[in-house]
Ligand binder design. Structure first.
Ligand code: ZN
Ligand code: FE
Length: 256
């Protein structure tokens, strides 16, 4: 069996279209732009076998139609959203065999950023779209803070060594907020050093891991007394529980 590699294809300002490849076959996750994908496939002499999508935003599905014009491949995506070219509508509990690359992935419903957002998890990897970023999380465009909080809790329950493939390079800007929300956390220094080193070498600061996010991501650390205390200071009142802390952090970051 060929080994799987997962490589980033850059798009727009800061999007990553993750490309899962094995042998001469490739699958892409969230191809917001067809152009860089077509260039990559042609320069690497790869055949596209499938498209995976996490949610309906244009920077994640904008390339589907053009890719489908060249490659007649299945498109996997959330059942509750409108995805161009979708052939397989997914919800939590579904399992897919990703065509051509020998990868089995389960589906998680992770509403919050959008109402029907899904994530793909299996074999030690997580494609989380715009739900989880390193040291941050997606904005609440369609869902509630309580939904996003419970979506992140699903990720928190995954094995610590799970590799987290986020769809944007937001790590350093998220760290600026994390330092305000969780100022005495030494994990932030380590994360910033590793992110800066990766970026300076021309690589993404990703994948992250679940363990790293549990240590450094304030949005996954609402149960930590220091994070809860700083959220409470920000709110100017006592907060009742982790959803309240999460809600305060998310509002704080929106105006940070
Ligand atoms: Zn989005
Ligand atoms: Fe996005």
């Amino acid at each position: 069996m060929n080994t799987i590699t997962i490589v980033p294809i850059r798009a727009f300002q800061d999007n990553y279209i993750w490309c899962v490849r094995t042998g001469a076959v490739a699958v892409v996750v969230d191809p917001g732009d067809a152009e860089p994908v077509l260039e990559y496939l042609s320069s690497e002499k790869l055949q596209l076998a499938a498209i995976l999508t996490t949610h309906h935003h244009g920077d994640h599905v904008g390339g589907n139609t053009r890719l489908l014009a060249k490659y007649n491949v299945p498109v996997f995506g959330p059942a509750r959203e409108k995805i161009p070219g979708i052939t397989r509508a997914l919800k939590e509990g579904d399992t897919i065999e990703v065509p051509g690359v020998g990868l089995t992935l389960g589906v998680l419903d992770v509403p919050g950023h959008t109402a029907g957002h899904i994530a793909y998890y299996g074999e030690g990897v997580l494609f989380c779209g715009d739900t989880l970023f390193s040291c941050g999380c997606g904005r609440l465009f369609e869902g509630t803070a309580a939904q996003m909080h419970s979506s992140l809790a699903k990720f928190a329950a995954l094995p610590g060594d799970t590799l987290v493939y986020c769809a944007h390079e937001y790590t350093l800007s998220n760290l600026r907020f994390a330092r305000a929300a969780d100022p005495d956390n030494p994990a932030l220094d380590r994360r910033e050093a590793s992110a800066r080193a990766a970026l300076a070498a021309g690589h993404p600061s990703l994948p992250s891991t679940i363990a790293l996010e549990l240590a450094a991501n304030p949005f996954m650390r609402g149960g930590d007394p220091a994070v809860a205390a700083s959220a409470s200071r920000r709110a100017g009142r006592a907060l009742s529980g982790s959803v309240d802390v999460f809600t305060t952090l998310r509002q704080w970051k929106d105006s940070f």
